[in-house]
Write a protein that binds this ligand. Structure first.
Ligand SMILES: [Zn+2]
Length: 403
């Protein structure tokens, strides 16, 4: 069995002044179009209970370009603007499917600056990438080679808060083959408080060591920023410094998460995780911090696309499943389990490490679903009430559509 997966290859590049100006203009137009379409969709829904879809917003874009006020939208490549409308469509689909919050307006300062080009809007020839409306190819730093003969289907250009330019290319990659089933190995993974992850095997994966030091640096830079006079050159410099530390933390963390998730999918055929939502965790400040540090969401999305590359299965168990309160040995449910309790002994005589016990319970719950086959949502009753578990293997790989 071979799978055809699309894989994103991201590189840094150095634009010429003209390219930087063209791209900045494009980012601005992408943001404008996204916001206009979001406004139109919101008004239609609030005022007339009408749902507007991609095609209607695409027609609006054509009309906007004909107005004097928005004529400048016609100066940049139309493809990234169309893609912005498609992204908005996806955001609404997730919203109506109750997988995401209502789409938000893109802000000039805070939102990611990016533009997505499909094949009609770029040329990739002899290892040179040229975007629409540009005479010169991009000066890309090829930190790793594209696969032999690869032809990108989508190219996304972005600029991070530290001012660095990146280009991400989505290419079909036939070199990744599913690994042989890791002897049916299965693992439950619990998001920890003191640890990044706890596995049902009893292994604990620590939070990255550099994180604490980087955070101290970040706090210092933020204090310096707050002391600078608004609008001053020093303030701009201080803001850039804060942004650089942020991106370094994110880069290092992502690096660690890649190594970890690759190891998990290599070693296991089935991985069961908890379907945590960040919103739920924000109720507890300390836990929220631990989770944001640990980037649970990012880790999960990596697991979910890597499982497709390697022919593995990731199962997410609903977050209200009482994994901490349930004894993994005898199935008795404790009435409460405050966060400070790290080890406890059940009436059956088993002493549990809180996190290892939770991971074991997740694994058992996930395997119960797995046995029922893919695409089902079985219900099972437990001493604590109904337990719903949903199968996640059919979902599109999240990390790929958003490189
Ligand atoms: Zn017990």
């Amino acid at each position: 069995m071979t799978t055809h997966v699309k894989r994103a290859y991201k590189y840094r590049f150095y634009p010429t002044d003209a390219q930087a100006a063209e791209l900045s203009r494009t980012f601005g137009c992408v943001r404008k179009v996204y916001n206009l379409a979001l406004q139109a969709r919101t008004e239609a829904w609030v005022l007339r209970q009408e749902r507007i879809h991609y095609n209607a917003t695409s027609a609006m874009l054509t009309a906007w370009k004909k107005t004097e006020e928005l004529a400048y939208l016609g100066d940049v490549s139309s493809v990234p603007l169309q893609q912005a409308l498609r992204h908005l469509q996806t955001a609404f689909t997730h919203f109506f499917g109750k997988r995401a919050k209502y789409p938000r307006f893109k802000s000039k300062r805070k939102s990611r600056k990016s533009a997505e080009y499909t094949t009609s809007a770029f040329r990739f020839r002899d290892g040179k990438l040229t975007l629409a409306k540009m005479a010169e190819p991009l000066d890309i730093v090829w930190s790793r080679p594209l696969p032999e003969g690869a032809q990108p289907s989508t190219v996304t250009v972005s600029r991070d808060a530290a001012g660095r330019w990146f280009v991400s290319m989505l290419v079909e990659d036939q070199t990744v083959k599913p690994l042989s089933a890791a002897a049916g190995a299965v693992v439950g993974v619990d998001a920890g408080l003191d640890h990044l992850l706890t596995l049902s095997t009893g292994e604990k994966v620590a939070n990255p060591r550099h994180e604490r030091r980087d955070r101290a640096r970040l706090a210092r830079a933020q204090r310096e920023l707050s002391r600078k006079v608004k609008g001053s050159a020093n303030r701009a410099k201080a803001r850039l410094k804060v942004a650089r530390i942020h991106t370094r933390i994110a880069d290092r963390r992502r690096d660690g998460l890649h190594k970890l998730t690759t190891r998990l999918v290599r070693e296991n055929q089935t991985i069961v995780i908890e379907d945590l939502t960040v919103r739920n965790l924000l109720k507890n400040g300390r836990l929220a911090r631990a989770i944001s540090d640990a980037s649970w969401t990012e880790l999960r999305s990596m697991l979910e696309y890597k499982d497709q590359w390697y022919g593995r299965e990731v199962i997410a168990v609903d977050r209200w499943f009482p994994s901490s309160k349930l004894c993994s040995n005898c199935g008795t449910l404790q009435s409460e389990m405050p966060l400070h309790v790290r080890t406890w002994t059940c009436d059956c005589g088993t002493t549990h490490d809180r996190d290892v016990n939770a991971a074991k319970n997740l694994l058992a719950a996930g395997l119960a679903v797995s046995a029922c086959g893919a695409g089902v949502r079985p219900q099972r009753s437990t001493p604590g009430g109904q337990l719903a578990v949903k199968q996640e293997t059919q979902r599109a790989p999240a990390g790929i559509s958003r490189p």
